[in-house]
Write a protein that binds this ligand. Structure first.
Ligand SMILES: [Zn+2]
Length: 161
């Protein structure tokens, strides 16, 4: 299924869609995920806009180059409107875990500098990534999931050689 540029055409109804945007933390890396279009207040009117938009007091902004497509049949259909789901990094396929033989799930978050908050609403801003499967297979957090997978795969290849 091809991606539609948000500036060309926006989703016309509220609900969950797939989104694609470039990371601002790791340039050249693209993230995809599911998030809702929902109605929000924008000044004196209500507009339909994605969950991860930014309101500057005058207008609603979305990330440059934002793309979207309808949900696929295999996507989770029950994503809650206030969270993002199925966050993936394109062309990233970590090796299965040597303990449980499953391919681990990538998890990311945006950690704010200077205070202790974090957020998951904007995957293009995620700066802490880790892989999760069984309790033996969890990894440390990396700023770049590409570095994380390269490092992990090279260790796994060495111990299985
Ligand atoms: Zn495991």
């Amino acid at each position: 299924m091809s991606w539609i540029a948000y500036t060309d055409q926006k989703p016309e109804a509220a609900g969950a869609y797939r989104w694609r945007m470039e990371s601002i933390v790791v340039p050249g890396m693209f993230v995809t995920f599911i998030a809702h279009m929902r109605t929000r207040g924008a000044g004196y009117e209500n507009v339909l806009s994605p969950l991860f938009d930014y309101w500057d007091g005058y207008r609603v902004h979305v990330p440059a180059g934002l793309q979207w497509q309808p949900l696929r049949a295999e996507d989770p259909q029950d994503v809650e409107w206030h969270r993002v789901a199925a966050v993936e990094v394109e062309n990233l396929s970590p090796m299965p875990c040597p303990y449980c033989n499953r391919v681990p799930v990538l998890e990311g978050l945006q950690r704010y500098q200077g205070h202790s908050g974090c957020d998951r609403k904007m995957p293009s801003h995620y700066n802490e990534w880790s892989l999760k499967c069984c309790s033996w297979g969890n990894t440390p957090s990396y700023k770049s999931p590409i570095d994380l997978v390269e490092r992990r795969d090279s260790v796994l290849r060495r111990i299985s050689a």
